[in-house]
Write a protein that binds this ligand. Sequence first.
Ligand SMILES: *[C@@H]1O[C@H](CO)[C@@H](O)[C@H](O)[C@H]1NC(C)=O
Ligand SMILES: *[C@@H]1O[C@H](CO)[C@@H](O)[C@H](O)[C@H]1NC(C)=O
Ligand SMILES: *[C@@H]1O[C@H](CO)[C@@H](O)[C@H](O)[C@H]1NC(C)=O
Ligand SMILES: *[C@@H]1O[C@H](CO)[C@@H](O)[C@H](O)[C@H]1NC(C)=O
Length: 404
Amino acid sequence: MDSVDDISSTKQRRSTTLVLVVIAVAIVGGFTIGILIGRFATCPDEENAKYKKSVKEADSTITDLLMQSISAENIEVNLKHLTQSPHIAGRDRDFELVAYLKSKFTEYGLDSVKSTPYQVLLSYPDNENPNTVLIVNNTGGETIVFDSTSTESNVSQLEGVIRPFLAYSPSGVVNVEIAARYGALGVIIYSDPADYTWSGDPRYFPETWLLPSSGAQRGSLYTGVGDPLTPGYPSTATSYRYNESSTPTPLPTIPAHAMGYGGAIHFLKLGPGLTPGLSLRMKVTTTNSIRRVDNVIATLKGDVEPDRYVLMGNHRDAWVYGSFDPSGGMAVMMEVARAMGQLVKNSNFSLYALGTPLMYRALYEATKKVPNPSEEEVSQNRPTVYDTWVHSFSWTSAGLDLPL
Ligand SMILES: *[C@@H]1O[C@H](CO)[C@@H](O)[C@H](O)[C@H]1NC(C)=O
Ligand SMILES: *[C@@H]1O[C@H](CO)[C@@H](O)[C@H](O)[C@H]1NC(C)=O
Ligand SMILES: *[C@@H]1O[C@H](CO)[C@@H](O)[C@H](O)[C@H]1NC(C)=O
Ligand SMILES: *[C@@H]1O[C@H](CO)[C@@H](O)[C@H](O)[C@H]1NC(C)=O
């Protein structure tokens, strides 16, 4: 009995192996045939050529018209308007600019203009209780030797200017002895004159556009991209949000403050090792909150391949006036939008219709029956819409047959 069992089980194993081999061959064969069908059975080259002919290369006359109509004066006017007052994200002036841009894009004749709201984690300092870093002399009481709030006073006091801060810095009061043993408790970030002035040239703003010693750069400490609470996806009202302590890219955990190099020098002079009798005190009142910000989106719909997009974008919000970043870019983008809108408004249009091939026939016949609404065209001996259509569209250069 044993040996009979052995034989039948060996046979069974063989036939199982055979079945597996057949299946494997069938899969590989099927796959190969599929690839061959995909490669050779569809899209005959003739069809491709016909399609390619209808997709024109960029028309250089359009490029030239566009370039000629860009006006430096318009860019200047745009820049002046955008930089009239500070426009940090999520505050009043930023929303005024949303409305302004929408009205401009509409005036330029773009096809659709809309704004889309998002709810984003933003960060602001407390202007009433500003961020500071102090150097304090503790000998016989407390004398303030240096106060960083004083250094940028002539800019910070201007209407709407937010005081120096670093976005997403946690708030806190830090008493940093330079003898502080393990790890930093707070951070001072300053703009190095090596990066922001010309060596050997002592002139700065308003004489040149270089950063004065009092100039503190606002900026963000977040090392990720976009809204920290919705990384990689839109911050719409209903999006899932991480909390501030669980964001995939962590938010900073120790307070930080920005100051100009004129202020930083007081701190650099102290080290290494703090002069005995002195201490540092940092106060950061920056807080985070979820605020509304809007994107403005204007579209100019293409005639050829309208389902393909060419995107042009620029951010609008600025830490302060933003005359360089971002409004320089915004001013140019507005002018390009104006020039494109104008080009479309002034273009010669011909009839444009999409449909199945059977529809074309009906369409041609219909246009032959519609009297030409343009008296000028009629006087040129083109009595129907069909005549103007045939006349004004360059059928042959588009690689198309005349609609007969
Ligand atoms: C701190 O103040 C005392 C008293 O005015 C002064 O004698 C001392 O030089 C000061 N220390 C430093 C490091 O400036
Ligand atoms: C800002 O204030 C400083 C110091 O008070 C002064 O030297 C500088 O000229 C002022 N700058 C401007 C642009 O007013
Ligand atoms: C933040 O989210 C993490 C992970 O979901 C959770 O463990 C933690 O308790 C949350 N913290 C707060 C303050 O809600
Ligand atoms: C429209 O086309 C006609 C004929 O091709 C041409 O003379 C005229 O200048 C064009 N108008 C515009 C605004 O491009």
